[in-house]
Unconditional design. Structure first.
Length: 223
């Protein structure tokens, strides 16, 4: 399977006189799950929104397979984004949400999922929080984009549902490059092939999870 590459280079973002992101470089290829950890307000979610193109940066380069992407429309085809909040209207049926999001050639495989079979005849408004989050994550992982940005995918989920979502992420790694950020650092560590840490506006690549302690993000007893 052909590898694809996403590069984010020289990203800078300030709010007022405060620099939030300073000269960040990040590279992700299909097969990667890059975990982005950091404290509240450090710029993790802002970075994902800049990559997706829904928050403007003061400066940035985004390249896909070596080609600089200047238009948001091009990025939307190549990158999918899971927002922290639900993005499917509650008035939709589950089937409508699926058929609007997934190409016909992927539908049969999509419906083979046991969890999807249990909710396919429901309205979005009648799903539990875990069911809705599972559906949303499966939608962004199944569509044709090469890269997926997951912003707080574990928020408010039970341990059982987190296990299902971790498996869903791992099952799609071979054909996607995935960036994931979440306060549930244990599960980010569990699925990530590469850990990074946002601190003081910089993105630090880590050799192993023990660097999370060395750089002050976690205490030694938290791993």
């Amino acid at each position: 399977m052909k590898k694809h590459f996403l590069e984010i280079d020289s990203v800078q973002k300030s709010f007022g006189h405060q620099s939030i992101i300073s000269d960040v470089y990040l590279k992700c290829e299909t097969g990667d799950i890059i975990g982005i950890l950091g404290r509240n307000g450090c710029g993790k979610s802002t970075l994902l929104k800049i990559i997706f193109g829904i928050v403007p940066a003061d400066f940035k380069f985004i390249r896909i397979d070596g080609v600089v992407q200047l238009k948001s429309e091009a990025l939307f085809k190549e990158i999918s984004y899971l927002h922290q909040d639900s993005f499917i209207p509650g008035s939709f049926s589950v089937k409508k949400a699926i058929h609007l999001s997934i190409p016909n050639e992927y539908l049969q495989c999509f419906y083979e999922d046991e969890m999807i079979q249990t909710i396919q005849d429901k309205k979005i408004a009648h799903l539990s929080g875990g069911e809705l989050r599972y559906l949303e994550i499966k939608l962004v992982l199944t569509n044709p984009s090469k890269f997926v940005l997951l912003d707080e995918p574990y928020n408010g989920l039970s341990p059982l549902m987190i296990e299902k979502i971790n498996q869903l992420i791992l099952d799609n790694t071979s054909r996607k490059g995935i960036l994931i950020t979440d306060h549930n650092y244990q599960n980010v560590i569990l699925v990530a092939t590469q850990l990074t840490l946002m601190k003081e506006g910089k993105l630090h690549y880590l050799k192993d999870k023990m660097e999370l302690v060395e750089k002050g993000y976690l205490n030694s007893g938290m791993l």
